[in-house]
Design a protein around this ligand. Structure first.
Ligand SMILES: [Zn+2]
Length: 390
């Protein structure tokens, strides 16, 4: 049984240990040691990374009750490792500290949600980026704001986080949160006045080390609420990135940094109006173009201005001038939307042939067909000019 050095000292980054077993498969060597400071993956949190005798440990897992350190199976690594040898371990303290900031922040958040609303944390994921917490009750924006304020208040109060190993008798008098029934010795993480929770992960010593907790998002999830948070350095980087984005929007819109949303909304509205105006102008241009077209057997038009509903309106307006049919196309790079209309010809067979010839989709009534296809303009024109309508 490996001694878990992280149980009592979250900040221990270097340690000596003995290899008590090791085995390998094609990809990895799995190393079991008599003691370790590496926190294995579990409870929604990724494992520590680091080094055993300068060999990179990429993952640590509990498999069949054994803590196994995963390293790459290479000739060089095989030579360096033997059962029974003493080695030194070193964990990536930067990742560990970031994980501790997130995890301790999560306990405060979940503890406050539990005491204010009675909801339980029923899902927790601490990845390399975002941290998600799932609660079995619905939290609205005001609730989230209130919790976020109180969590940060608990951080500024710089409370001592205590690790307890109560015996059975002591445990009976302690109220604590726990996701699962735990057999054997229970490890409790206490944040005085805020939370008491069964947990085996490393935590910061004082809440002040968390720095800040930022709620990045919240959404309804499985009848409850999924809250995404970031703590400490991750929150700092996230807020900095978003401030930089906002600064750019502020410069681009000539709006104050605190008033960018209104400026973007104004631009969006202006843009929509301009688009509407352009459609109106295009319609006028296209309709006068339609007027200038004389009577023909087959009218075939390619025009990029035939956007949206203009395509069918334009086509229909030309119907009286086409003895056989009028075909209009809008698109670019060989990809077109089409509308074909006729007062005299059943267009359904044409639709089928056209779709077959140009990998098209679409259809319609005998007098009007619409769809999309791929091909080049000359080939499409050629096809339509020589198509037999009889
Ligand atoms: Zn925990």
């Amino acid at each position: 049984m490996t001694e878990k050095l992280y149980d009592n000292d979250s900040y221990l980054s270097e340690f000596n240990c003995k290899v008590i077993d090791l085995y390998s498969d094609e990809a990895k060597i799995y190393i079991e040691t008599d003691r370790t400071a590496f926190f294995p993956e579990g409870g929604g949190q990724t494992s520590d990374r680091g080094w055993l005798n300068n060999i990179y440990v990429e993952n640590v897992q509990i498999i069949d009750g054994r803590i196994l350190h995963f390293v790459e199976n290479s000739e060089e690594n095989v030579k360096k490792l033997q059962k029974g040898m003493s080695i030194c371990g070193k964990i990536d303290l930067k990742k560990r500290f970031s994980d501790m900031q997130q995890h301790s922040g999560e306990h405060i958040f979940s503890g406050i949600v539990n005491s204010l609303f009675g909801f339980n944390n029923v899902g927790f994921h601490l990845g390399t980026e975002i941290v998600t917490l799932d609660f079995d009750g619905v939290l609205n924006e005001a609730d989230i704001c209130k919790v976020e304020n109180l969590v940060n208040k608990a951080i500024w109060d710089n409370l001592e986080i205590k690790i307890l190993f109560p015996d059975k008798a002591e445990l009976e008098n302690i109220k604590y949160r726990s996701k699962i029934e735990i057999e054997g010795q229970i490890r409790l993480v206490e944040i005085p006045g805020i939370d008491m929770c069964a947990c085996c992960a490393p935590h910061v010593k004082r809440t002040g080390e968390i720095g800040i907790v930022e709620v990045v998002n919240f959404e309804k999830y499985k009848g409850g609420t999924r809250v995404s948070i970031l703590c400490g350095e991750r929150a700092l980087f996230d807020i900095r990135h978003k401030l930089n984005e906002n600064r750019r929007v502020s410069v681009l819109t000539c709006a104050k940094q605190g008033e960018t949303a209104a400026a973007v909304e104004r631009l969006k509205n202006e843009n929509e109006k301009l688009k509407y105006d352009i459609v109106g102008l295009n319609r006028n241009i296209l309709m006068s173009k339609a007027e200038s077209i004389g009577e023909q057997n087959r009218i075939i038009i390619f025009d990029e201005m035939l956007q949206g509903k203009l395509l069918s309106d334009f086509t229909i307006s030309l119907m009286p001038k086409a003895m056989e049919f009028v075909a209009a196309f809008c698109g670019e790079n060989g990809s077109y939307r089409y509308c074909i209309a006729s007062n005299n010809v059943n267009l359904r067979p044409l639709s089928k042939s056209l779709n077959e010839a140009f990998s098209g989709r679409g259809g319609g009534k005998p007098e009007i067909i619409q769809g999309s296809l791929s091909g080049n303009e000359d080939e499409i024109r050629g096809f339509l000019k020589t198509y037999c309508t009889e």
